[in-house]
Design a protein around this ligand. Structure first.
Ligand code: CA
Length: 668
C-alpha cells in the first residue's frame, strides 16, 4: 500500500514515543466494555429482524429503514435501547429482506451523520446504506461443496498478485466482464494472437494462489458512474465486510455483489487456485466521517497527545487494534470472509500498525476454520505510531508471530536495487555489495552458519524463526514494475538484456527458501509506463496488454518452467530453519555479484540428491568451479528446463554467461 504519501518505511529501529498515561487521550477507552459476538448490527431469524449496535458512549441510537439503496427518505425510524456492554438494540417481528438501513447515534447532544455501521455485510450503491438480504440466496450452485486448494505449508504456495482491472480490462484480454469479479469465471478466453488469458492463463502459468488487491467496499470509485471507468487500487476502506460494487455487474443490487464475488472464488477453486484477500484494517478512507467514527467516535483510532489522529498509515489516521473491540473486529472480519466467501489467505496491509497479539489471534482463529489458510503482511508502518515498537507486528518481530509471514524487503531491494531510487541497481543488475543480503533472502532470513547478518543492507539479524515466515518478491503493485525498474536502472541496454535480468531476478526469488510472490503480468514483461505509484492511474497505465504474451513468449515460458521447477522439487520449499542450515550450503566464490550454493542430501525429501545454483549478476561472464559429478543442466544462459533437455555436464571449471542463473541437478 502506498497511496496517500510517499511511504516512508519505518521499522523497529525507529523510536516510538510512549505517551505518558496522563497525556494519553486514548487512556479512557481502556474502561469501555467490549462485546464480542457475531450478532452485532444485523441478524434475521424466524422471530424477525434484530439490530444491535456497539456504541458505549452514545446518548441515543436509532435505525433508519429504507426501501431503496439511495435517494429516498427513510420509511421508518426505530429507537434503540441501551443494554449490556455498550450495545443498543431494537427488533421488529418481520424479516425485512430487501430493505436497507443505516444507524445514527447522538453524541455530545448532536445526531451524527447516518452510517451503515461497521458490520454491513451487504450494501447498495457506494456503500451508503446497508442491505438486508438472505445470504443463502447468494450462493452459486455447488457452493456447499466448494473448497480451496489444500496447502500444507505456505511455502508450497506460488502467489500471484493482481488487480481486477489490470488483469482483464485491456481489449486484448478477450474477456467479456472486464474489470469485474466475473472476469475470473470466464473459461477459454484468448488474446487476439490466440494465447490463453484469464483463468486459463493462471492455470498455464502454474500459480497456486491469486492475491487480489482490495475487494471489500472501498471509497474512491463512484459506483453510480461506472461508465467513467475510474481506477483505484482500493486501499481506502469504507465497508470492510461487503464486496466492492464496481467489481460487480450491478453495484445497486447487494446480492449481486456478494454472489459474483463467490462465483469468482468458486471458479478459481475449480481451477485449483486459492484466493488471497488484501485487507486494510490499519486505516480508513475518512476520519470523523468514517463508519468507525460515526459508530463509536474516537474509540477505533489512535491519537497523539494533543488529541489529533496519529498517522502510522500515512493516510491520515491509524486504527487501534490494541483495543479489544477493534481487535475483535479484525479477527471476526477475516473469519467472516473465510467462512462466507471461502477465502484461502489474507494479506495484511501495513501489518505493523497492528499489535502482535491481534495478529496471533487472526492466524490462530483462521487455522481453526481451515488449516490451509495462511496469513502474511507488510511488516512495517508508513509513519510513526503511539503503539510501542515491541508490540507492533513488525518484520523484526515475526519470530513472535507463529503462522504469519512478512514480505522480505531484504531480498527485494538486494536483487533489483532500492525500491524508491529508480536508478539504483542491485545484485541481478550488476551492482556489487548486495551478495550477503541476497544470501539472507535465499535462507529466508533464518539463522545460517554461513550468512553474516551484520553485512545485511536492511535487517541485521535473522528475524525469521522459519522459512514459512518469509514472502520473497522482487516487485508488487507498489513502486516500479520490474520491467520499468530495469529500464530506469539499466539505461542503454536492449530489451533482451533487461529480460535476461528479469529472469535472473525471478530465478533467485523462486528458488529461495520462503514463499515466492509475483506481480501479475511480470511473466509477460508488462510495464506501467514508468509510473511508480499508479494507485489511481488510468487503465492505459495499469491494464495488462495481453499481446505481450505473444511478443514475450520466451519470457513467459521461462517463468512457467521456473514455477514448475519449484513445485516439483521440495528442496526449494523447506519448512524449518534447521533443515536450511543443514541442507543449504554456500560455496566459496571469487569476485562480486556471484553466488553459488547447493541444496544437499535430498533436501526436504527431494528426489534430487543435490541441486547446485549459481547466480551471476555481473554484466560479464564469470567462472566457477563445479565439483566433478554427473550433473543434469536445469538452467543455463537464460534458458530453463526441469526435465533436463539442456544436457549434462561433468562439472569442473565452468563459465557462467553474464546476467544468468546456472542450475544443475544430480540424482545420485
Ligand atoms: Ca465502493
Amino acid at each position: 500500500m502506498q497511496l496517500c504519501t510517499a511511504a516512508m518505511m519505518l521499522t523497529a529501529a525507529t523510536g516510538s514515543p510512549i505517551l505518558a498515561q496522563a497525556q494519553n487521550p486514548d487512556a479512557r477507552y481502556a474502561s469501555w466494555p467490549s462485546y464480542d459476538s457475531t450478532d452485532l448490527e444485523l441478524t434475521v431469524d424466524s422471530e424477525g429482524t434484530h439490530f444491535a449496535l456497539w456504541s458505549p458512549e452514545a446518548q441515543q441510537a436509532r435505525v433508519l429503514l429504507y426501501n431503496t439503496d439511495r435517494n429516498t427518505p427513510a420509511y421508518k425510524s426505530l429507537q434503540m435501547t441501551k443494554g449490556d456492554r455498550g450495545v443498543w438494540r431494537v427488533s421488529v417481528p418481520q424479516q425485512l429482506y430487501g430493505k436497507f438501513y443505516t444507524f445514527q447515534i447522538m453524541h455530545n447532544g448532536k445526531w451524527l451523520a447516518e452510517t451503515p455501521g461497521i458490520w454491513a455485510k451487504a450494501v447498495g450503491t457506494n456503500g451508503m446504506r446497508a442491505a438486508i438480504i438472505d445470504f443463502s440466496n447468494t450462493n452459486p450452485e455447488g457452493w456447499a461443496e466448494d473448497r480451496g486448494p489444500h496447502t500444507k505449508n505456505i511455502t508450497d504456495a506460488v502467489i500471484y498478485e493482481m488487480h481486477h482491472r489490470d488483469f482483464s480490462v485491456h481489449p486484448t484480454s478477450g474477456i467479456v466482464n472486464k474489470g469485474k469479479f466475473l472476469a475470473l469465471t470466464e473459461q477459454d478466453t484468448k488474446s487476439p494472437t490466440g494465447n490463453p488469458t484469464g483463468i486459463e492463463h493462471l492455470k498455464q502459468l502454474g500459480v497456486t494462489h491469486v492475491h487480489i488487491l482490495p475487494s471489500y467496499d472501498y471509497n474512491s470509485v463512484d459506483e453510480s458512474n461506472l461508465p467513467s471507468n475510474q481506477y483505484n487500487w482500493g486501499y481506502d476502506p469504507f465497508n470492510y465486510n461487503a464486496p466492492e460494487g464496481s467489481y460487480s455487474t450491478n453495484p445497486a443490487d447487494p446480492a449481486t455483489r456478494v454472489r459474483e464475488m463467490k462465483q469468482m472464488v468458486q471458479a478459481l477453486h475449480n481451477a485449483g487456485i486459492g484466493v488471497v484477500m488484501d485487507v486494510v484494517y490499519n486505516h480508513t478512507a475518512n476520519n470523523d466521517d468514517s463508519n468507525f467514527s460515526l459508530t463509536a467516535p474516537g474509540y477505533f483510532y489512535r491519537h497523539r497527545a494533543d488529541g489529533s489522529y496519529s498517522d502510522a498509515s500515512g493516510c491520515g489516521n491509524e486504527t487501534a487494534s490494541d483495543r479489544r473491540q477493534m481487535s475483535d473486529f479484525i479477527v471476526n472480519s477475516v473469519k467472516y470472509w473465510a467462512d462466507e466467501y471461502h477465502i484461502d489467505g489474507f494479506r495484511f496491509d501495513l501489518m505493523a500498525i497492528h499489535d502482535i497479539e491481534t495478529m496471533n489471534r487472526v492466524a490462530a482463529e483462521l487455522k481453526k476454520i481451515n488449516p490451509s489458510i495462511f496469513v502474511y503482511g507488510e511488516g512495517w508502518t508508513a509513519g510513526d505510531s503511539p503503539l510501542p515498537a515491541e508490540q507492533r507486528a513488525l518484520k523484526e518481530n515475526v519470530a513472535k508471530m507463529d503462522g504469519i509471514a512478512v514480505f522480505s524487503d531484504d531480498i527485494r531491494d538486494a536483487i533489483k536495487g532500492h525500491y524508491s531510487n529508480a536508478e539504483d541497481r542491485g545484485f541481478a543488475t550488476g551492482k556489487p555489495g548486495n551478495e550477503e543480503t541476497v544470501k539472507i533472502g535465499i535462507v529466508a532470513s533464518t539463522a545460517h552458519p554461513q550468512v553474516d547478518y551484520s553485512k545485511g543492507n536492511n535487517s541485521k539479524f535473522a528475524y525469521a524463526s522459519a522459512p514459512t515466515q518469509i514472502i520473497n518478491y522482487v516487485s508488487c503493485h507498489d513502486d516500479l514494475t520490474l520491467t520499468d525498474k530495469l529500464a530506469k536502472s539499466m539505461p542503454g541496454t536492449s530489451e533482451d538484456e533487461r529480460q535476461r535480468a528479469a529472469r535472473l531476478a525471478q530465478t533467485i526469488v523462486f528458488t529461495s527458501q520462503g514463499t515466492p510472490f509475483i506481480f501479475a503480468g511480470e511473466e509477460i514483461f508488462r510495464d506501467k509506463k514508468g509510473v511508480h505509484n499508479s494507485y489511481k492511474s488510468p487503465d492505459s497505465i495499469n491494464a495488462i496488454d495481453w499481446n505481450l504474451k505473444h511478443k514475450n513468449a520466451v519470457q513467459f515460458d521461462y517463468y512457467r518452467q521456473l514455477i514448475r521447477l519449484r513445485k516439483e522439487h521440495p528442496a526449494f520449499r523447506m519448512t524449518t530453519a534447521d533443515d536450511i542450515a543443514k541442507h543449504l550450503v554456500f560455496d566459496k566464490v571469487s569476485g562480486s555479484n556471484l553466488i553459488s550454493y547447493s541444496l544437499k542430501d535430498n533436501a526436504n525429501g527431494d528426489s534430487w540428491k543435490e541441486i547446485k545454483l549459481v547466480f551471476n549478476g555481473n554484466t560479464e561472464p564469470a567462472t566457477v568451479n563445479i565439483p566433478k559429478a554427473d550433473w543434469t543442466i536445469i538452467a543455463f544462459d537464460g534458458k530453463i528446463d526441469p526435465d533436463g533437455s539442456l544436457g549434462t555436464t561433468r562439472g569442473g571449471k565452468t563459465e557462467i554467461p553474464a546476467t544468468s542463473a546456472y542450475i544443475l541437478a544430480r540424482t545420485k
